[in-house]
Design a protein around this ligand. Structure first.
Ligand code: ATP
Length: 235
């Protein structure tokens, strides 16, 4: 098991955002967390990446507790998050944004190889390497945010709403690349309000409802599930 959340509770003051969730991710999987606005999806990712500390429960990575570790220590262990809204640096160039993803690394040759890999996954970033991040389209900024995370060479990549604000055709091309990144060996946990696309590209899924896991299973089964279809697929 690569990652395990055991009965994790995360609060914002007295707002109980996660009320005891348990999630398991095997190496090599793409797993999605779906759910409505405010269900606790982003809170789950931020609890894994160390931005938030749970009040109860454990986050285990490769069998070891990482609960309460600082975010930079968690990145160094191989978990990297692409936050909602991309959070790229608009006044830095594409290349400078990518370099920042590797700031904790000392292996210059490895960094160079990963930069080549990012440019081959996202040729448009190579074409625009000298351009300011803020001048890119929404889809290109999402690519830059994912590329920057890959520069940390993660074993587990956390993606928060990669489809947010993007046209359907761009969403599909980004998910094709996410699948490619997974096939190249990176495990992926993604959070999406767009349940349709998330389930189409994932192996398994969890449905979050007001801070609790309401349902889990193979993505193909969840896509067929009556409750999921009604509540999250607009049918
Ligand atoms: P969205 O897709 O809208 O981001 P989400 O499923 O990711 O939704 P979270 O952002 O994890 O949901 O929010 C879970 C709950 O915690 C919500 O009730 C939300 O209002 C609350 N919450 C989130 N961030 C904060 C915060 N900084 N302070 C207080 N409450 C918060």
């Amino acid at each position: 098991m690569l990652l395990k959340l055991e009965n994790v509770k995360t609060y914002y003051g007295n707002i109980r955002a996660l009320k005891g969730i348990s999630i398991e991710i095997e190496e090599g999987e793409i797993v999605c967390l779906i759910g409505a606005n405010g269900a606790g999806k982003s809170t789950s990712l931020m609890t894994i990446s160390g931005v938030l500390t749970p009040v109860e429960g454990e986050v285990l990575y490769q069998g070891q507790s990482i609960t309460g570790l600082r975010p930079d220590k968690i990145v160094q262990q191989g978990i990297c998050q692409v936050p909602e809204g991309r959070m790229i640096f608009p006044l830095l160039t594409v290349s400078e944004n990518l370099d920042l993803g590797a700031y904790l690394r000392k292996d210059k040759n490895g960094v160079k190889a990963d930069l080549d890999r990012v440019f081959s996954l996202f040729p448009v970033l190579s074409d625009r390497r000298g351009q300011h991040g803020g001048t890119l389209s929404g889809g290109e900024q999402q690519m830059l945010a994912i590329g920057r995370a890959l520069m940390a060479r993660p074993r587990l990549l956390l993606l928060d709403e990669p489809s947010l604000g993007l046209a359907p055709i761009i969403v599909d091309s980004i998910f094709d690349i996410i699948r490619q990144i997974n096939q190249d060996g990176t495990t992926i946990l993604l959070v999406e309000q767009n349940a349709q696309v998330a389930l189409r590209f994932s192996h398994r899924g969890y449905v979050l409802e007001t801070g609790e896991i309401a349902l889990t299973g193979k993505a193909s089964d969840l896509l067929k599930n009556e409750e999921v279809r009604k509540a999250y697929l607009g049918e």
